[in-house]
Ligand binder design. Structure first.
Ligand code: NDP
Ligand code: 2IT
Length: 450
């Protein structure tokens, strides 16, 4: 039955490969839940879950600094609002299409349900590439993007945030245009800067949360991150703060990457080096290969498309924190990680592991925290930003961090409880999917056929 749903998704939208992948994984996990709860089938809950509440797709024309006109495509997928307003990031990347955003929106529904906060799921973005664009070009793009998006969002309707290619700069330009068009100052976006309604710890939250989740997983085996060697991919928001928190836990980080290649620093990326990476990536908007000019003891390896594996995942290590993008760990990478001694994987990125890779992790018995649990810290602090905005107060750094820790602890416990209840103890993938699913579908059923 749950596999039939995947067939429906495939036949309706045959080209949405990533969406099928995300649906397939959830359907696999929830099979025993459906067997125990025939009312879900009767309510056609799966058919309803895979169909977004609404898909908004629009033209975004903008002018570059030379006066040339470009036309990009904008999207917002309002997937499910059974437990709260639609909530989820915006991604600006040339690879963005409907299938990728539907996968992200689908994942977000279950992730947000795990956070303990009242948030539905959505995702949006554009195939616009911010790389190499001037601040003015990015501003003009964001303004035109918001000219259409603003009529679909609102603090109690749909609250976007950042994702790949959308950080504090973009959120600022988007917010400025929203405020002008709607003539109101509300918490319609999260990830705002501190001076105008942002929350402390929001920039750090996804990376910090992913490390808190890894630490929780390790505690179940009486282990800690202290002294462990860690592989981190990406060098953007999630990767940077993953490194910061790993340093707090006295772990050693030896890799970072971007879409052109990766660096391996055998001596470890310390506070000074990660501060350099933040300047390089967030201010100069440079490439990670420049790291080796500053720190010649590190080695840079460019992406080699002829390789069947990613060499970043082929170093001796204890833990891995994939924090770049989807499907960055294939089956061979998963085998390499295990061969090299990795016993804990915490997914900062969304769906970074292909299904066969995830199977390899589970069969090997390592600690494997899937994205929708491990990276939920980001959207959780977005939820806390919404709370602070509606109360018109701001919490201290310590207060937000404490709440983030509590939320990650609760997500970890919820995953383990749901996994055990359905006969797969220690399987965080099943636990996350089942717990998120049950909360959302029970809410949908309570609210009738809408
Ligand atoms: P950023 O844009 O800040 O950084 C993305 C990083 O990943 C960059 O180093 C980028 O390299 C690299 N990357 C992007 N696309 C690819 C690709 N196709 N191949 C190889 N490398 C790539 O984004 P975030 O750090 O915010 O997001 C990283 C991941 O974390 C994404 O999967 C996102 O969905 C997920 N996530 C983010 C949250 C957040 O709060 N920001 C919350 C939860 C999950 P380059 O500079 O070359 O593009
Ligand atoms: O994938 C994600 O959870 C995010 N990009 C963050 C979403 C949010 O609304 O903070």
């Amino acid at each position: 039955m749950s596999q039939d749903i995947l067939q429906i998704a495939k036949s309706k939208d045959p080209y949405e490969r990533e969406f099928h992948q995300a649906v397939g994984e959830v359907m696999e996990s929830i099979r025993p839940v459906l067997d125990r709860n025939p009312q879900y089938r009767k309510a056609k809950i799966l058919e309803r879950l895979i169909e977004p509440d609404r898909v908004i797709m629009f033209r975004v024309p903008w002018m570059d600094d030379q006066g040339e006109i470009h036309v990009n495509r904008g999207f917002r997928i309002e997937m499910n609002n059974a437990i709260g307003p639609y909530k989820g990031g915006l991604r600006f990347h040339p690879s963005v299409n409907l299938g990728i955003l539907k996968f992200l929106a689908f994942e977000q529904v279950f992730k947000n349900a795990l956070t303990t906060l009242p948030m539905g799921g959505g995702k949006g973005g554009s195939d616009f590439d911010p790389k190499g664009k001037s601040d003015n070009e990015v501003m003009r793009f964001c303004q035109t993007f918001m000219c259409e998006l603003f009529r679909h969002i609102g603090p109690d309707t749909d609250v976007p945030a950042g994702d790949i290619g959308v950080g504090a700069r973009e959120i600022g330009y988007l917010f400025g245009m929203y405020k002008k068009l709607a003539n109101e100052f509300t918490g319609v976006l999260t990830g705002k800067s501190l001076n105008w309604g942002g929350s402390l710890i929001r920039p750090e939250a996804t990376g910090y949360g992913s490390v808190y989740f890894a630490s929780e997983m390790m505690t179940t085996r009486n282990k800690s991150l202290d002294g462990k060697t860690c592989l981190v991919s990406g060098s953007g928001n999630v990767a940077q703060f993953t490194v910061d928190k790993l340093l707090d836990f006295k772990a050693k980080v030896v890799t970072l990457s971007d879409s052109s290649g990766y660096i391996y620093d055998e001596e470890g990326i310390d506070r000074k080096k990660i501060a350099y990476v933040k300047k390089l990536k967030n201010i100069r908007r440079g490439r990670i290969k420049e790291y080796v000019q500053e720190y010649p003891s590190a080695v840079y390896t460019a992406v080699d498309p002829s390789l069947s594996y990613n060499p970043l995942w082929n170093h001796k290590a204890d833990c891995a924190f994939p924090s770049a993008t989807q499907n960055e760990i294939n089956e061979e990478d998963a085998r390499n990680l295990i061969k090299n001694g990795v016993f804990a994987v915490s997914e900062g990125a969304n769906m970074p592991t292909v299904p066969g890779g995830a199977d390899i992790f589970r069969e090997s018995g390592i600690l494997y925290g899937p994205g929708k649990a491990a990276n939920a810290g980001g959207v959780s602090v977005s939820g806390l930003e919404m709370t602070q905005n509606s109360m018109r107060i701001s919490w201290t750094r310590e207060e937000v961090d404490q709440r983030l820790k509590m939320i990650m602890h609760s997500i970890h416990r919820t995953c383990l409880e749901a996994a055990a209840e359905y006969g797969t103890p220690g399987n965080y993938v099943n636990g996350a999917n089942i717990a998120g699913f049950v909360k959302v579908v029970e809410s949908m059923i309570d609210q009738g056929l809408v």
